[in-house]
Design a protein around this ligand. Structure first.
Ligand SMILES: *[C@@H]1O[C@H](CO)[C@@H](O)[C@H](O)[C@H]1NC(C)=O
Ligand SMILES: *[C@@H]1O[C@H](CO)[C@@H](O)[C@H](O)[C@H]1NC(C)=O
Ligand SMILES: *[C@@H]1O[C@H](CO)[C@@H](O)[C@H](O)[C@H]1NC(C)=O
Ligand SMILES: *[C@@H]1O[C@H](CO)[C@@H](O)[C@H](O)[C@H]1NC(C)=O
Length: 378
């Protein structure tokens, strides 16, 4: 998930899918679950207090992140986490309305080789799985989430499928033995097919995901950034010039056969910044001489502040359902209130299970969280 690590340019090739014909049943379209999955990640390392989370906008909150130790594959619950997790669980346990808490494992800054080694044998998977259950139960989480960025090739993708199978069986078994409600099992993913972020073209194990996960969460963001020498949208809904868009990415999952209800679409609470080569050439795709403020990344509340402080010109681009703002030679592309509205309606119209935000603490008050939640409900 978005961390200081930056994504290289990539080309996404998926089959064009007629989304309207592959959406859920009519009842999904016309009577979508009023509640839906309205999730958000809580980055443990930022200063945002878990007690300030307004749970009326969310149903599920992920604690991000723990990582497995490199030789035992047991979760490393650091001293920091030993204090932060109980604070998180305590704060959320008493909230009304109630939210479901999940422990997320991995993250964009974690070591993907450790995940690959862990997933490569039955015994190492077992050590990891046991530890995840032990930690989840010890602290009172209600679910487990994997954010392995990213399995690098077909073998690692196949091992990921084996991991999900073994993990889900262990969770079913543990629930049977203890009589406790089964822990949820979810994963943050990229596009389903032939994506080339960090490695050659490869596809996720869609059948195992359908069978063993409660849902998968495509990370529909980081499409453009500091690695591009031109301006671009972080999370375009549509892009007529490329297949790097949420429409293509979500479409790839539906085409791969994962039921829409098992897909929870990612929404970013941050945008990307550039310095324009020529302030007069300032549209989407304009030449850039480098990154802009925030070393190329500003969170939504910083963008709102930037726009008002600099009296920036703000443009809403209908195709990408994204905004860009301009001030002097600074260019910022981001998701704002209309983006949240349009994208959540898009997710709902396809019969998706819901949406998630990366990340809590980045919104401007609760502006986008509230907009998305309302768009889902009404
Ligand atoms: C656990 O994480 C801490 C903090 O990053 C690190 O100092 C420690 O070496 C890790 N332990 C193991 C066994 O990897
Ligand atoms: C990642 O983990 C592998 C194996 O556990 C190790 O060899 C490698 O040095 C680690 N890389 C980093 C950047 O820590
Ligand atoms: C998008 O993907 C489709 C199907 O693979 C392909 O025909 C089309 O050329 C791609 N478009 C772009 C702009 O890459
Ligand atoms: C802000 O920009 C608008 C139009 O770009 C201009 O009319 C207005 O005077 C500016 N206000 C300030 C305080 O700079």
């Amino acid at each position: 998930m978005a961390t200081p690590k930056l994504m290289p340019f990539f080309i996404l090739v998926v089959f064009h899918t007629m989304l309207s014909s592959s959406s859920g049943s009519n009842s999904d379209l016309f009577y979508p679950s009023a509640k839906g999955i309205r999730a958000a990640y809580f980055p443990s390392f930022n200063s945002f207090s878990p007690s300030s989370i307004d749970t009326q906008y969310f149903t599920h909150i992920y604690y991000a992140f723990l990582v497995p130790e490199p030789s035992t594959y047991k979760l490393n619950v650091t001293e920091f986490d030993q204090a932060r997790i109980p604070e998180f669980i305590r704060a959320l346990r008493t909230k009304k309305p109630a939210v479901t808490t999940l422990l997320s494992i991995g993250g964009g800054g974690s070591n993907s080789t450790t995940f690959a080694l862990m997933a490569s044998t039955q015994a190492t998977r077992e050590a990891f799985i046991r530890s995840t259950i032990q930690v989840a139960r010890k602290y009172g989480f209600q679910g487990l989430d994997l954010d392995w960025e990213f399995p690098e090739d077909a073998v690692e993708m196949s091992n990921l499928g084996l991991l999900f199978e073994q993990w889900r069986k262990a969770l079913d078994n543990e629930a049977r033995v203890t009589g406790k409600p089964r822990l949820l099992l979810t994963a943050a993913v990229y596009y389903a097919w032939k994506f080339t972020v960090y490695g050659g073209p490869r596809s996720y194990p869609a059948a195992a995901i359908t069978k063993y996960l409660d849902w998968a969460s495509p990370m529909c963001f980081d499409y453009h950034g500091s690695w591009d020498d031109f301006t671009g949208m972080n999370a375009a809904l549509y892009d007529s010039k490329s297949n790097i868009s949420t429409h293509y990415g979500i479409g790839s999952w539906i085409e791969a056969g994962v039921p829409p209800k098992k897909l929870v679409m990612g929404l970013p609470l941050y945008g990307k910044t550039w310095t324009l080569k020529d302030p007069k050439v300032n549209g989407i795709g304009a030449p850039a001489s480098g990154v802009g403020p925030g070393d190329g990344i500003l969170v939504y509340r910083q963008i709102v502040d930037f726009n008002s402080r600099t009296n920036a010109t703000v443009v809403f681009d209908v195709e990408s359902a994204s905004y860009y703002s301009l001030s002097g030679s600074t260019w910022v592309g981001y998701d704002g209130v209309r983006s949240a509205n349009v994208k959540v309606r898009f997710a709902k119209s396809l019969g998706l299970g819901g949406y998630f935000f990366w990340a809590l603490g980045q919104d401007n008050g609760w502006d986008l969280s509230k907009q998305a939640s309302n768009a889902w409900k009404y």
